[in-house]
Design a protein around this ligand. Structure first.
Ligand code: ZN
Length: 365
């Protein structure tokens, strides 16, 4: 009878186990992402996000997120942050001073999530519509005291393992004041290199770098086309070949530039492009199941408002009129959208540098 009971209990347990959806069987594993896609909309506050609900014929991909939070981005030396200290907070977990790239407030270099992922055998990638040496991408691989040291930043790139890179900044690798040329050096290390067309010399089995403009890439309104979504799609295919996982940072760099220019159309078109790219990242993560997607910004730019039109002393609520309050950045709290394993950690209100720890939890051993 005892034996019968034991067998019965074992069979019952097996049946219960078989009926459980696999997702709930191993609860701890569901909060540990194998892959991370961090999408940074530079200068993208809540109003910039809102444009994707009002100025696009496509449903906004932001609406696909369930786990949403806010971060405060104050740097160590000012009230309002720039992109360098903002991105360094995400990449290293340290709040720092404006203009700092991958260094803390004492200018001490701090390891970045990209470097830590690479050291663990994961693949890494960077995609941006600015120069790869521009503040946001630079903060993931370089350690320099000032963001304007583009050539030093490119030199730091040469010390890092980045498996897939696409953006601008060719002149900082190729037409340098010290007459060094990093392209032959990269080719010698087995890199496939493109300087005019994305994917022209692509080989899935080799590291890849596309530097498609001397500095930043063209605006969407000047014909950049589908560079950002296409490069992101290529990066995801390339990096997901690694069974150990990957870290990919994608920046919609020019949302910020539209804000600085107080140009509503510039912001709206850059946001559409970024929104489309977010959609691809989410599609990948939904299929994959082990990928954490985090979408946020370093800061808001322009003090953008989606204002009503003022005419003849009256407010016209029939139209949205983008207006700006500054040519610089603002101190507004910044939304964070997360999907996938660990997404719950991004709910609530926290500091910008907390995003590093929230991403790292379970990502590396
Ligand atoms: Zn800016």
């Amino acid at each position: 009878m005892q034996l019968f009971r034991t067998i019965f209990a074992a069979v019952a347990l097996l049946l219960i186990g078989a009926c459980q959806p696999t997702k709930t069987v191993n609860r701890s594993a569901t909060t540990a992402p194998k892959n991370i896609i961090l999408l940074i909309g530079d200068g993208m506050g809540l109003t910039q996000v809102s444009t994707s609900f009002y100025f696009s014929d496509q449903p906004s991909n932001f609406a696909r997120f369930k786990h949403i939070g806010l971060h405060q981005n104050t740097p160590t030396d000012a009230k309002i942050t720039d992109s360098a200290s903002g991105a360094t907070a995400f990449s290293t977990g340290f709040k720092t001073y404006n203009a700092a790239i991958g260094v803390d407030s004492d200018t001490m270099p701090q390891k970045t999530i990209l470097e830590i992922a690479a050291a663990q055998g994961k693949s890494t990638g960077l995609v941006a519509t600015s120069s790869i040496t521009h503040a946001t991408p630079a903060a993931f691989f370089a350690h320099v005291a000032n963001r304007n040291s583009h050539e030093d930043i490119a030199a730091d790139f040469m010390k890092t393992s980045v498996d897939f890179t696409a953006g601008g900044g060719l002149k900082f690798y190729h037409e340098r004041s010290d007459r060094k040329d990093f392209l032959p050096e990269l080719a010698g290390r087995g890199y496939q290199i493109d300087t005019s067309t994305l994917g022209q010399h692509y080989d899935a089995s080799k590291p890849y770098i596309a530097l498609l403009a001397a500095d930043g890439l063209p605006k969407m309104t000047e014909g950049r086309g589908d560079f950002l979504p296409k490069a992101t799609q290529m990066a995801l295919q390339h990096l997901s070949q690694n069974k150990k996982g990957f870290f990919l940072m994608v920046e919609g760099s020019q949302i910020d530039w539209g804000g600085h220019a107080n140009d509503g159309t510039y912001v709206i078109e850059e946001m559409k492009d970024f929104d489309k790219t977010i959609g691809l990242a989410l599609d990948f993560a939904e299929k994959d199941g082990n990928t954490l997607v985090v979408v946020t910004a370093d800061h808001e730019t322009g003090g953008l408002a989606l204002s009503s039109l003022q005419a003849f002393g009256r407010s016209d609520y029939g139209q949205i009129n983008p207006t700006f309050s500054t040519g610089g950045h603002t101190a507004a709290l910044i939304p964070v959208f997360a999907y996938g394993p660990g997404a719950e950690r991004f709910m609530g209100i926290y500091q910008n540098n907390d995003i590093f720890g929230k991403m790292m939890e379970g990502f590396v051993k």
